[in-house]
Design a protein around this ligand. Sequence first.
Ligand code: MF3
Ligand code: CO
Ligand code: CO
Length: 279
Amino acid sequence: MRLESTAPAPKRKFGVSIKTPEDVVKMRTAGRLAAQVLDMIGKHVRPGVTTGELDKICHEYIVNDLECIPAPLNYRGGPSQPPFPKSVCTSVNHVVCHGIPSHKKKLKSGDSVNIDITVIKDGFHGDTSKMFFAGEPSVLARRLSMVTQNAMYQGIRAVRPGARLGDIGHAIQVCAESENFSVVREYCGHGIGQVFHEEPQVLHYGKKGSGIELVQGMTFTIEPMINAGKRHVKLLPDQWTVVTKDHKLTAQWEHTILVTDTGFEVLTLREEEEFSREG
Ligand code: MF3
Ligand code: CO
Ligand code: CO
């Protein structure tokens, strides 16, 4: 029987798809558009807004203004998981990741929320998230968010051809643990392209020199989840929402990264960031 698809199978290295220059152009576009959603939503995050309203604003913007597909909507992680019912993830305070937006969840002053955006444009995914605060955060919430963002940046700086996946995880773990915070182990970054979650798994902890070698043309996310208390997490009965077992605060930041000939390119960088797009 003849295969339906006429597209050539992507080239692979160590089981990881290698993007062609044409793929990279599309990944850049998808990444830029995902970043634009985070730029857009910031002014809407304030006390009194519901996460359901934030989802609706993002959905309309993604579909109507950017003409993209919101990848989370109806996404299924596995056979035991119901389809994700909303277009973005909103993870408030002790919610580690995959929080489901709800019109019943009103943000109050001092709340922190991670908004995680994944868009599909021209068949390619861009995936990025950042922390927002409604009103004034506590000193701890601000410090946890800053350390987590910095840990992500240190992970990104470890990306270059010839480096190992474990170098990324090691850099992140050192940043987090030197501040007496802990790294969530059950969830990780991931390869990304025409598929939302593909090889490799990008752990946010590990040993220098371990894991597969990074090769030019690989694209993956780095998205550390860092807890103020212990690292352990719990999955709620909705089969999506992940919370800290001790109900202490958690934070997450995420970028989509390309391995270039000499280092990295951050495909989802926003203008507000004091971090160079390439390194
Ligand atoms: N954007 C998340 C990630 O960083 C995945 C969300 S899957 C969803 O990998 F279905 F919950 F949206
Ligand atoms: Co991701
Ligand atoms: Co994401």
